[in-house]
Design a protein around this ligand. Sequence first.
Ligand SMILES: [Zn+2]
Ligand SMILES: [Zn+2]
Length: 337
Amino acid sequence: MADGTVSGRNARGEWRPESTIAPAPINHWPPRPGAVLRWLVGFPGYLWPLNVFWFVVTLVTWTWLTPELTAMKSLEFWWIALLLGRNMALALLLFGGLHLYFFVFERQGEALRFTLKPLATDSGRFLFRHQVRDNMFRTLVSAVPVFTGYEVLTYWGFANGYLGLLDASMGPALFWSWFVVLLVLTPFVHSVHFYFTHRLLHVRPLYRTVHGLHHRNVEIGPWSGLAMHPVEHLIYFSTVGVQWLLALHPVNALFQIQLAIFNAATAHTGFEKLKLGERLAIDGGCHFHYLHHKYFECNYGGSLAALDKLFGTFHDGSTDAHAAMRQRLRALREADA
Ligand SMILES: [Zn+2]
Ligand SMILES: [Zn+2]
């Protein structure tokens, strides 16, 4: 959708992808098993390469960067500090790496960037009047301790037998099958949990006191992903609660927590895709979420579990979807008046 200007940008420097956002094939009715299968195992698809790559990061974290479970039976300073330090490094590497790539070294230039507006460097909306510093501060000082806290509770719970209780009663075949099922479902759990909690955060009193802080980021960059109020961090990472109820192994819970971190980074790059050479581009769901930052009242979830489509808040980036959104909001205002 070129808007008829040079390099496909309109007069305000905005750019939209040619193709509209399509919900994942599992949302199609009537079901299309062939398309679902191709999407499940295809490349690029649901699992491969992005979610498999993230799972490898989780496995590395668990195998080499986490103390033995038996050592975490009691809450002790050394291992909690170790996890906190490791998570600080992870956040710096992931969010910092993407920020350097896109905004400092500008490795992709303007290609696939939704807007040419710079991230704010002198704005009263942000701490230190500086968007990136504000976003980094909220990520490192609030988000990292909160998700580390969830991780600490997870290991302590598993080490003491408060979580993962079912494992003693089932054989290894059933145990590992359930492990894999939960792994495959992890992105889906994230998507559903994010939709409903995010929708809740848009209820007026919560939006005013909590979630509005995240929306100060109208233009977004990777560090905006976890630039949230501490209460929102508690809500956002509570998705691990699903694994507390269902998981038999701490890795399932760790993957759920880490996926929430990874997805926050890729959904806020400000670029439609991360181009890896000429042939491969990683789509981390940024276009979907970018529209939410731009218009507020659409795209609360993601394209995986297309609950926005079900509840009438889906914006696929097209002019038609935009007109439908405006009409919906007008009707809401009239009903309010
Ligand atoms: Zn956001
Ligand atoms: Zn929001």
